[in-house]
Design a protein around this ligand. Structure first.
Ligand code: SF4
Ligand code: SF4
Length: 148
């Protein structure tokens, strides 16, 4: 039976998405661009979130300033590909890729559902008063409490 692609985010598995559908799944929250801290010697230690955002992020524009080259500009920028879906639990609990990997629905405020890009804003890094990463910043000064 042919699937109805109108709501592809509900009907398709991650591996079935086209390139454009994959890109559209991102809500643009920017939370994955925030720095995290974890004890380097203890993989089981909790991951602590900060409100320090990658130096490549354009806070005013609300998006990566060099999206096309992000993986070369920032070597630590993780590529989100379907082959790495099993690792998606490092992403925020609201991340559409993480949710769909677990066959969970998108939140009601997701732009694919509302039709408005701005509907993500209260759930994005903008709500966390982000600061831009600088070479001398101490991440421990910017720890925040969010679910991860
Ligand atoms: S956390 Fe997920 S939905 Fe949000 S910007 Fe990153 S990839 Fe997109
Ligand atoms: S390079 Fe761009 S997409 Fe990657 S973490 Fe930095 S701001 Fe985010």
């Amino acid at each position: 039976m042919k699937k109805n692609n109108t709501h592809f985010w509900e009907t398709k598995q991650l591996h079935e998405l086209s390139h454009d559908e994959w890109e559209a799944l991102c809500d643009g929250c920017g939370l994955c661009c925030l720095h995290k801290l974890q004890d380097e010697e203890d993989d089981s230690a909790p991951v602590l979130m900060t409100r320090v955002v990658c130096h490549c992020y354009d806070i005013n524009a609300g998006q990566c300033s060099d999206y096309a080259n992000r993986h070369t500009t920032v070597p630590g920028c993780t590529a989100l590909t379907v082959s790495r879906a099993a690792e998606f639990d490092w992403l925020p609990t609201t991340c559409a890729y993480r949710l769909r990997h677990h066959n969970l629905p998108l939140p009601s405020w997701h732009p694919l559902i509302t039709g408005a890009k701005e509907s993500v804003r209260p759930y994005s890094l903008h709500a966390l008063n982000p600061v831009l990463e600088t070479p001398d910043i101490d991440l421990e000064d910017y720890l925040i409490k969010v679910h991860s």
